[in-house]
Design a protein around this ligand. Sequence first.
Ligand code: 6PG
Length: 242
Amino acid sequence: MNYEIKIFKNAKLLAEQLAKDFQSLSQKFISYKGNFNVALSGGNTPKLFFRELAENYRNKIEWSKINFFWSDERCVPPEDKESNYGMAKIELLDKVPVSKKNIFRVHGEGNPQIESEKYSSAIQKILPNDNGKPIFDLIILGVGEDGHTASIFPQNIELINSDKLCEVSEHPVTKQKRITLTGKVLNSARFIFIAATGETKAKKLKEVFNERKNNASIPVKFIKNESGKLYWYLDREAAKYL
Ligand code: 6PG
Protein backbone atom coordinates (compact mmCIF):
# COMPACT_ATOMS: atom_id res chain seq x y z
CA MET A 1 0.00 0.00 0.00
CA ASN A 2 1.74 3.22 -1.09
CA TYR A 3 1.08 5.94 1.46
CA GLU A 4 2.82 8.43 3.69
CA ILE A 5 1.95 8.98 7.35
CA LYS A 6 2.37 12.48 8.83
CA ILE A 7 2.15 12.61 12.64
CA PHE A 8 1.51 15.85 14.51
CA LYS A 9 1.84 16.81 18.18
CA ASN A 10 -1.83 17.83 18.30
CA ALA A 11 -4.96 18.35 16.22
CA LYS A 12 -4.31 22.09 15.76
CA LEU A 13 -0.89 21.53 14.21
CA LEU A 14 -2.40 18.80 12.04
CA ALA A 15 -5.11 21.18 10.81
CA GLU A 16 -2.51 23.85 10.05
CA GLN A 17 -0.48 21.47 7.88
CA LEU A 18 -3.62 20.11 6.22
CA ALA A 19 -4.60 23.67 5.28
CA LYS A 20 -1.11 24.42 3.97
CA ASP A 21 -1.11 21.24 1.86
CA PHE A 22 -4.65 21.98 0.61
CA GLN A 23 -3.55 25.43 -0.52
CA SER A 24 -0.42 24.12 -2.21
CA LEU A 25 -2.34 21.38 -4.04
CA SER A 26 -5.11 23.75 -5.10
CA GLN A 27 -2.51 26.13 -6.55
CA LYS A 28 -0.86 23.30 -8.53
CA PHE A 29 -4.11 22.03 -10.04
CA ILE A 30 -5.55 25.49 -10.75
CA SER A 31 -2.29 26.51 -12.47
CA TYR A 32 -2.28 23.25 -14.46
CA LYS A 33 -5.93 22.92 -15.50
CA GLY A 34 -7.79 26.00 -14.26
CA ASN A 35 -9.75 24.36 -11.47
CA PHE A 36 -9.52 22.07 -8.43
CA ASN A 37 -12.10 19.34 -7.80
CA VAL A 38 -12.25 18.39 -4.14
CA ALA A 39 -14.53 16.20 -2.03
CA LEU A 40 -14.79 17.14 1.65
CA SER A 41 -15.72 14.78 4.46
CA GLY A 42 -17.94 15.43 7.43
CA GLY A 43 -17.76 14.71 11.14
CA ASN A 44 -15.73 16.70 13.67
CA THR A 45 -12.15 16.18 12.46
CA PRO A 46 -12.37 18.59 9.50
CA LYS A 47 -13.76 21.46 11.64
CA LEU A 48 -10.32 22.71 12.78
CA PHE A 49 -9.08 22.38 9.20
CA PHE A 50 -12.05 24.41 7.85
CA ARG A 51 -11.53 27.08 10.54
CA GLU A 52 -7.81 27.31 9.68
CA LEU A 53 -8.66 27.81 6.00
CA ALA A 54 -11.35 30.41 6.80
CA GLU A 55 -9.10 32.38 9.19
CA ASN A 56 -5.75 32.24 7.41
CA TYR A 57 -6.30 31.39 3.73
CA ARG A 58 -9.16 33.68 2.68
CA ASN A 59 -6.82 35.61 0.40
CA LYS A 60 -4.31 32.85 -0.33
CA ILE A 61 -6.46 30.45 -2.37
CA GLU A 62 -8.34 30.98 -5.64
CA TRP A 63 -11.62 29.88 -4.04
CA SER A 64 -13.73 30.69 -7.12
CA LYS A 65 -11.85 28.00 -9.07
CA ILE A 66 -12.59 25.19 -6.65
CA ASN A 67 -15.47 22.76 -7.22
CA PHE A 68 -16.71 21.47 -3.87
CA PHE A 69 -18.21 18.02 -3.46
CA TRP A 70 -18.61 15.71 -0.47
CA SER A 71 -17.36 12.17 0.19
CA ASP A 72 -20.67 11.45 1.84
CA GLU A 73 -23.73 13.15 3.30
CA ARG A 74 -26.30 12.40 5.89
CA CYS A 75 -29.88 12.26 4.57
CA VAL A 76 -31.00 15.34 6.46
CA PRO A 77 -31.82 18.93 5.37
CA PRO A 78 -28.81 21.26 4.88
CA GLU A 79 -29.69 23.30 7.97
CA ASP A 80 -29.69 20.18 10.17
CA LYS A 81 -26.72 20.08 12.59
CA GLU A 82 -25.96 16.60 11.22
CA SER A 83 -25.43 17.88 7.65
CA ASN A 84 -21.84 17.63 6.39
CA TYR A 85 -22.59 20.36 3.85
CA GLY A 86 -24.22 22.45 6.58
CA MET A 87 -21.14 22.17 8.79
CA ALA A 88 -18.78 23.09 5.92
CA LYS A 89 -21.03 26.05 5.04
CA ILE A 90 -20.90 27.43 8.58
CA GLU A 91 -17.19 26.75 9.20
CA LEU A 92 -15.80 27.55 5.75
CA LEU A 93 -17.98 28.20 2.69
CA ASP A 94 -19.74 31.25 4.13
CA LYS A 95 -16.37 32.76 5.13
CA VAL A 96 -14.38 32.55 1.89
CA PRO A 97 -15.21 33.78 -1.65
CA VAL A 98 -16.30 30.46 -3.16
CA SER A 99 -18.51 30.53 -6.22
CA LYS A 100 -21.97 29.25 -5.23
CA LYS A 101 -22.31 27.57 -8.66
CA ASN A 102 -19.26 25.46 -7.83
CA ILE A 103 -20.79 23.91 -4.72
CA PHE A 104 -22.23 20.47 -5.52
CA ARG A 105 -23.89 19.37 -2.32
CA VAL A 106 -25.81 16.13 -1.90
CA HIS A 107 -29.46 17.04 -1.38
CA GLY A 108 -29.87 15.17 1.87
CA GLU A 109 -33.41 16.47 2.22
CA GLY A 110 -34.58 14.47 -0.80
CA ASN A 111 -35.30 10.83 -1.51
CA PRO A 112 -31.99 9.00 -0.84
CA GLN A 113 -32.03 6.80 -3.93
CA ILE A 114 -33.02 9.65 -6.26
CA GLU A 115 -30.47 12.03 -4.72
CA SER A 116 -27.73 9.40 -4.91
CA GLU A 117 -28.38 9.04 -8.63
CA LYS A 118 -28.52 12.83 -9.13
CA TYR A 119 -25.22 13.24 -7.26
CA SER A 120 -23.64 10.54 -9.42
CA SER A 121 -24.78 12.44 -12.52
CA ALA A 122 -23.33 15.71 -11.20
CA ILE A 123 -19.99 14.03 -10.51
CA GLN A 124 -19.90 12.46 -13.98
CA LYS A 125 -20.80 15.77 -15.60
CA ILE A 126 -18.25 17.94 -13.81
CA LEU A 127 -15.23 15.70 -13.24
CA PRO A 128 -12.77 14.40 -15.83
CA ASN A 129 -13.25 10.72 -16.51
CA ASP A 130 -10.69 7.94 -16.82
CA ASN A 131 -11.97 4.59 -18.05
CA GLY A 132 -15.45 5.12 -16.57
CA LYS A 133 -14.16 6.54 -13.29
CA PRO A 134 -14.66 10.22 -12.35
CA ILE A 135 -11.35 11.62 -11.09
CA PHE A 136 -11.23 13.95 -8.11
CA ASP A 137 -8.06 15.97 -7.62
CA LEU A 138 -8.38 15.59 -3.87
CA ILE A 139 -10.66 13.65 -1.53
CA ILE A 140 -10.42 14.40 2.18
CA LEU A 141 -11.59 11.54 4.41
CA GLY A 142 -11.92 10.80 8.10
CA VAL A 143 -11.98 7.50 9.97
CA GLY A 144 -14.63 6.32 12.39
CA GLU A 145 -13.82 4.35 15.56
CA ASP A 146 -15.13 1.27 13.74
CA GLY A 147 -12.85 1.94 10.78
CA HIS A 148 -15.55 3.37 8.52
CA THR A 149 -14.68 6.07 6.05
CA ALA A 150 -17.02 8.29 4.06
CA SER A 151 -20.23 6.39 4.87
CA ILE A 152 -18.90 2.93 4.12
CA PHE A 153 -19.27 0.95 7.34
CA PRO A 154 -18.07 -2.53 8.32
CA GLN A 155 -21.70 -3.62 8.03
CA ASN A 156 -21.90 -2.59 4.35
CA ILE A 157 -18.26 -2.89 3.34
CA GLU A 158 -19.37 -4.26 -0.04
CA LEU A 159 -19.94 -0.62 -1.05
CA ILE A 160 -16.17 -0.42 -1.45
CA ASN A 161 -16.53 -2.65 -4.53
CA SER A 162 -19.81 -1.30 -5.87
CA ASP A 163 -19.82 -0.65 -9.61
CA LYS A 164 -21.85 2.52 -8.91
CA LEU A 165 -20.29 5.92 -8.16
CA CYS A 166 -22.57 6.59 -5.20
CA GLU A 167 -24.69 4.36 -2.99
CA VAL A 168 -27.30 4.81 -0.29
CA SER A 169 -25.81 3.69 3.02
CA GLU A 170 -27.09 3.49 6.56
CA HIS A 171 -25.39 4.20 9.88
CA PRO A 172 -25.32 0.79 11.67
CA VAL A 173 -26.37 2.21 15.05
CA THR A 174 -28.59 5.21 14.35
CA LYS A 175 -29.97 3.72 11.09
CA GLN A 176 -29.62 7.22 9.64
CA LYS A 177 -29.62 7.02 5.85
CA ARG A 178 -26.50 8.30 4.16
CA ILE A 179 -25.30 8.84 0.59
CA THR A 180 -21.68 7.90 0.01
CA LEU A 181 -19.07 7.80 -2.71
CA THR A 182 -18.04 4.22 -3.40
CA GLY A 183 -14.55 2.72 -3.51
CA LYS A 184 -14.65 3.07 -7.30
CA VAL A 185 -14.55 6.85 -6.93
CA LEU A 186 -12.59 7.13 -3.69
CA ASN A 187 -9.72 5.02 -5.04
CA SER A 188 -9.54 6.94 -8.31
CA ALA A 189 -8.56 10.29 -6.80
CA ARG A 190 -5.24 11.91 -7.65
CA PHE A 191 -4.72 12.65 -3.96
CA ILE A 192 -6.41 11.39 -0.81
CA PHE A 193 -5.82 12.97 2.60
CA ILE A 194 -7.13 10.83 5.49
CA ALA A 195 -7.19 12.69 8.82
CA ALA A 196 -7.70 11.11 12.24
CA THR A 197 -7.23 12.61 15.67
CA GLY A 198 -7.76 11.48 19.24
CA GLU A 199 -7.16 8.35 21.26
CA THR A 200 -10.51 6.82 20.27
CA LYS A 201 -9.09 6.09 16.80
CA ALA A 202 -5.78 4.62 18.01
CA LYS A 203 -6.78 0.97 18.41
CA LYS A 204 -8.47 0.76 15.03
CA LEU A 205 -5.54 2.48 13.31
CA LYS A 206 -3.22 -0.11 14.85
CA GLU A 207 -5.29 -2.76 13.03
CA VAL A 208 -5.34 -0.76 9.82
CA PHE A 209 -1.54 -0.48 9.66
CA ASN A 210 -0.95 -4.05 10.85
CA GLU A 211 -0.20 -5.63 7.48
CA ARG A 212 -0.27 -9.16 8.90
CA LYS A 213 -3.77 -8.93 10.38
CA ASN A 214 -6.63 -9.78 8.04
CA ASN A 215 -8.75 -6.66 8.16
CA ALA A 216 -11.61 -7.66 5.88
CA SER A 217 -14.05 -5.66 8.00
CA ILE A 218 -12.21 -2.32 8.14
CA PRO A 219 -13.43 -0.11 5.28
CA VAL A 220 -10.66 2.52 5.50
CA LYS A 221 -8.13 -0.28 4.97
CA PHE A 222 -9.48 -0.59 1.44
CA ILE A 223 -8.65 3.02 0.58
CA LYS A 224 -5.50 2.28 -1.39
CA ASN A 225 -5.66 4.85 -4.19
CA GLU A 226 -3.58 2.79 -6.60
CA SER A 227 -3.53 5.55 -9.21
CA GLY A 228 -2.77 8.43 -6.88
CA LYS A 229 -1.12 9.43 -3.65
CA LEU A 230 -2.44 8.71 -0.15
CA TYR A 231 -1.41 10.77 2.86
CA TRP A 232 -2.45 10.04 6.44
CA TYR A 233 -2.60 12.96 8.85
CA LEU A 234 -2.60 11.70 12.44
CA ASP A 235 -2.09 13.39 15.77
CA ARG A 236 0.04 11.65 18.39
CA GLU A 237 -3.01 10.33 20.26
CA ALA A 238 -4.42 8.61 17.20
CA ALA A 239 -0.98 7.27 16.24
CA LYS A 240 -0.04 6.07 19.71
CA TYR A 241 0.12 2.39 18.74
CA LEU A 242 1.91 2.83 15.42
C1 6PG B 1 -19.34 11.51 8.24
C2 6PG B 1 -17.92 11.42 7.74
C3 6PG B 1 -17.30 10.22 8.38
C4 6PG B 1 -16.28 10.79 9.34
C5 6PG B 1 -15.91 9.78 10.40
C6 6PG B 1 -14.99 10.41 11.44
O1 6PG B 1 -20.26 11.77 7.46
O2 6PG B 1 -19.47 11.35 9.46
O3 6PG B 1 -17.75 11.57 6.44
O4 6PG B 1 -16.71 9.31 7.51
O5 6PG B 1 -15.14 11.19 8.61
O6 6PG B 1 -17.10 9.34 11.02
O7 6PG B 1 -15.77 11.39 12.10
P1 6PG B 1 -15.09 12.34 13.21
O8 6PG B 1 -14.18 13.25 12.44
O9 6PG B 1 -16.27 13.08 13.82
O10 6PG B 1 -14.36 11.46 14.16
